[in-house]
Design a binder for this molecule. Sequence first.
Ligand SMILES: O=c1ccn([C@@H]2O[C@H](COP(=O)(O)OP(=O)(O)O[C@H]3O[C@H](CO)[C@@H](O)[C@H](O)[C@H]3O)[C@@H](O)[C@H]2O)c(=O)[nH]1
Ligand SMILES: [Mn+2]
Length: 738
Amino acid sequence: MAREVLNEEAFPLFETKQAKGGAAFKLLAFSIFVCICLIWAYRILFLPGVGEQGRWIWIGMFLAEIGFGLYWACTQAIRWNVTRRYPFKERLLRRYRDKLPGVDIFVCTADPVLEPPILVMNTVLSLMAYTHPAEKLNVYLSDDGGSDLTFYALLEASHFSKHWIPFCKRHNIQQRSPEAYFAGGHNGQDTTFAQEWLIVKQLYEDMRNKIESISHKGIIPRDIRDQHKGFLEWNHKVTKRDHQSIVQIIIDGRHATAVDKDGSRLPTLVYIAREKRPQYHHNFKAGAMNALIRVSSEISNAPIILNLDCDMKANDPDAIMDALCFFLDDEKGHEIGFLQHPQTFSNITKNDIYAGSGLVVHKVELTGMDGYDAALYCGTGCFHRRESLTGQKYSKVYQERLNNNEARSSNLERTTGELEEEAKVFISCEYEKETPWGKEMGLVYGCPVEDVVTGMTIQCRGWKSVYYYPDREAFKGVAPSTLDVALIQQKRWCEGLSQIFFSKYCPFIYAHGKLSLGAQMGYSVYLLWAPLSLHTVYYVIVPPLCLIRGIPLFPQVSSLWFAPFAYAFMARSIYSIFEALKSGYTLRGWWNLQRMTVIRRTTAYFFACIDLVIKLVGLSHTAFAVTAKVMTEDVLERYEQEIMEFGTSSIMFILLAAVAILNLFALLGAMIKRVMLDMNSKPDQTLTLQVVYCLLLVVLHLPVYQALFLRHDKGRLPSSVLFKSIILVSFACLVPII
Ligand SMILES: O=c1ccn([C@@H]2O[C@H](COP(=O)(O)OP(=O)(O)O[C@H]3O[C@H](CO)[C@@H](O)[C@H](O)[C@H]3O)[C@@H](O)[C@H]2O)c(=O)[nH]1
Ligand SMILES: [Mn+2]
């Protein structure tokens, strides 16, 4: 201990450790690779001759397997070098307690219906209550909905924060989102605490009721409008797509009057709605973020930026301290451009029915990218050094700004009103015209997954990035809770990610020589979702179709060529079970993940692929469907019981049902044939593997059959879906096989 104090300056503020078990994994990967090569060899050696039936089908299988094999190689690259990071908060506090840099927090919201104001306010309150010194903390809410309901909610939240923040700090509450905290109840030992708890809870409920009832009505009563000058902004005609710039500093943390009920300082709180005009493209979240970067540079200009989606509440009040350990580390801190946290969710069911938790992605794959110093920027839960986000190339000089913490020296003499007026200029539609914003500066435009592509450009400017998965998750969001919403989100991601691959930002070109090959392959695991869907669709449609016609596609069980197929399949499956269990899935959760992987690839990714082609030939533009974060009672009930929610007749469901029915049909057909045929004759061995494969797909699609044939609730598949999918399957069966 004494030595530690002596050498304090010399100690690093974080350390990096390699995950265990690397050698065994590499051996297994090698053995699977050998089998994949054998499978390719099998396809070449047994290719039907010219004119023979099934030649083209066979070539298709070969191409699909090449695709799977190469994709598999990328998924191994991402697992090659898994590392974990450990910050030392106590050391940071001993050295920097009074010199901590300022932090600007950006929260984005876009729609008061899909993202109810009370949910957004819980996020905002949880962030305002961070343990970081309040005078160095600034929270900005960007409202792309341009809604006075959200503005009103923020005003209410600012009043409640005067009670909530001191309460949290006094009792060292860990869960600082009031909704989540009060839902947990309390163990009433201490009576004064219990009293205070009740009072604060009552205040919270009053606030919630007010916000919810006004959100429900949709208009703000006159007497409330008169209470704050900010409402004057809505005297103009304000619609989501057409309104002037709005900047309202609700709490100006520079003022000594900005205090909570105990007299302690409050963080700055700002509402912004950038100007929107129908003739200007607003570039979705990327546009909102760039507006936030500029407005904040005028008002607080903190060197560190934390960026969150409106549903991502803080779950650990010390998260900023942990993050600063990385940026302030003497030896390596200056290289770090951003620090990404995993996206974790508070509403995942026990067996994660829609595979929304992404546990393997977060615990294995993204930590694997970190092994190449190339963590992905995932749009939320990410701390940036301001310079990395504004397009500066890596340079050691920026570290000084962090250490000196010279933030906001220039704006002290300006009044709140002046600041607001000046900041508005930066978020007008005209402002970005003929500037590098959206290209070399700020978040990159033109892609619905602005985050990943921006992260890569930052890395290519020489910055390193860190992925940090703490024991107590720092942020918790809301995952989609119906299949429809989940697939629409996946489709947007897939479209955006694949668009990056086929643009100038393709990692193998853009990042060539800047990121390691492993990192380029790692990026491709995500950027290749769209083409991957084609292989998968082929692989779930062609084997059952061929089974119906009695055309074998796989080796006989008695043949030696059976071995590589069996080994690759089994080894991969067993390893993925192991990986899933280790990451925190249940066994059923793993099974759900397999199902969702197939469903996503055959529906969301497939349609994304089609849209991508349409976009690449220039027939359509980028869109951004905001994910709904609320649901009705009965949907919620089914979600909690882990019953898949379909409910709509979306085109994705028609394809999904068609795949399910086709495989069921092929399987039943094959079984009937076997029973009907002369029982004494030897059954046809050549199709065994195909039958087993169809059986597997049928089992995987069980919830689809239930929703088609057995369920009566509102979440079932409508009969029109059944009808259309049967027509689709009938057509497929008529297509001649060549
Ligand atoms: O025009 C828009 C559209 C969206 N948003 C906000 O962007 C965030 C993400 O939108 P959401 O519908 O929740 O999308 P998700 O798919 O859940 O978001 C993930 O994927 C997005 C890229 O597709 C990233 O931008 C997000 O940060 C990342 O969390 C939300 O806070 C929205 O309010 C805006 O501010 N303006
Ligand atoms: Mn979201």
